[in-house]
Design a protein around this ligand. Structure first.
Ligand SMILES: [Fe+2]
Ligand SMILES: [Fe+2]
Length: 274
């Protein structure tokens, strides 16, 4: 079984008068930041995502994981465009997609759960919307705990995992864990490059709760995003490996991870640059 993993595509809406009403919120700061400081992202996001998806489709990968931040500032236009692009290449049933903090950018986006109205439905998961759980072909269990939330301050990209949600995921694994590897999918990375903690306004604030969950369930694979740089890092206590494919929107050579599930629950990983 092969699994492709990409992240942080940050699809943006081209500027048009129609998006102006939506900017009167925290979005105005995000929008200006994007247009004035991160124009590279605006220019590359869509083209890069298309290149990644073409490559994934050409390989005939079995399942695809997207670990959050499909949009830049949670505009309806962005969700629509991202959905149109992704479902043009990927069968919805093969996709395990979660939101990132940029997909819950404003209070109303988060309250109305705009992300889930565009992506995913209850039928695609055993447990939904949080924790999201699926078993693929009786070969692997995919569990996602939501770490993204609405943050009122535009520079605050930190996350928080609801302990009640972790409890539900634990109940599920207590009852259902068979002889299968468990993949934990979260938007916020537990470890930054170099094995250090991410900075205060970017980190998962209660990462200890997730680390306890990993240790208790002997989870070996954590697929994350949020940090726009691809890297793999191993942690000794608890013992797991975290894979972050970086942002497809960044630079002109985006990429994704390709995991091949081997016998004995081992995986082989490869970073594919397109
Ligand atoms: Fe991101
Ligand atoms: Fe993020």
């Amino acid at each position: 079984m092969q699994i492709a993993h990409f992240s942080d595509s940050h699809i943006t809406a081209p500027f048009s008068p129609g998006i102006i009403p939506g900017l009167f919120s925290k979005r105005i700061a995000g929008f200006l930041n994007l247009y004035l400081r991160r124009r590279y992202q605006l220019i590359n996001a869509e083209r890069n995502l298309l290149n990644v998806l073409r490559d994934i489709k050409a390989r005939g990968v079995d399942y695809i994981v997207f670990s959050g931040d499909i949009t830049a500032i949670s505009l309806k236009h962005e969700f629509l465009r991202a959905r149109e692009i992704i479902y043009n290449f990927i069968d919805k049933k093969k996709l395990f997609i979660i939101p990132g903090n940029h997909d819950q950018y404003t209070y109303l986006t988060s309250k109305n759960d705009l992300f889930h109205s565009f992506f995913t439905s209850k039928d695609d998961f055993i447990s939904y919307p949080y924790p999201k759980i699926r078993i693929f072909e009786d070969q692997a269990i995919f569990v996602s705990i939501n770490t993204s939330r609405f943050n009122p301050l535009f520079f605050d990209a930190s996350g928080y995992a609801d302990p009640a949600e972790i409890g539900l995921a634990q109940d599920f694994l207590n009852k259902n864990k068979k002889d299968m590897p468990v993949f934990l999918i979260i938007h916020h990375s537990l470890l930054a490059p170099g094995g250090i903690r991410d900075v205060f306004f970017h980190r998962l604030r209660n990462e200890k709760d997730i680390l306890d969950f990993i240790g208790k369930n002997h989870i070996k694979y954590v697929l994350s995003g949020h940090i726009h740089k691809y890297y793999i890092i191993s942690c000794k206590n608890p013992q797991f490996t975290q894979y972050n494919p970086g942002s497809t929107a960044r630079g002109s050579n985006p990429g994704y991870f390709l995991y091949t599930l081997k016998k004995g629950h081992e995986i082989e990983s490869e970073y594919i640059s397109v």
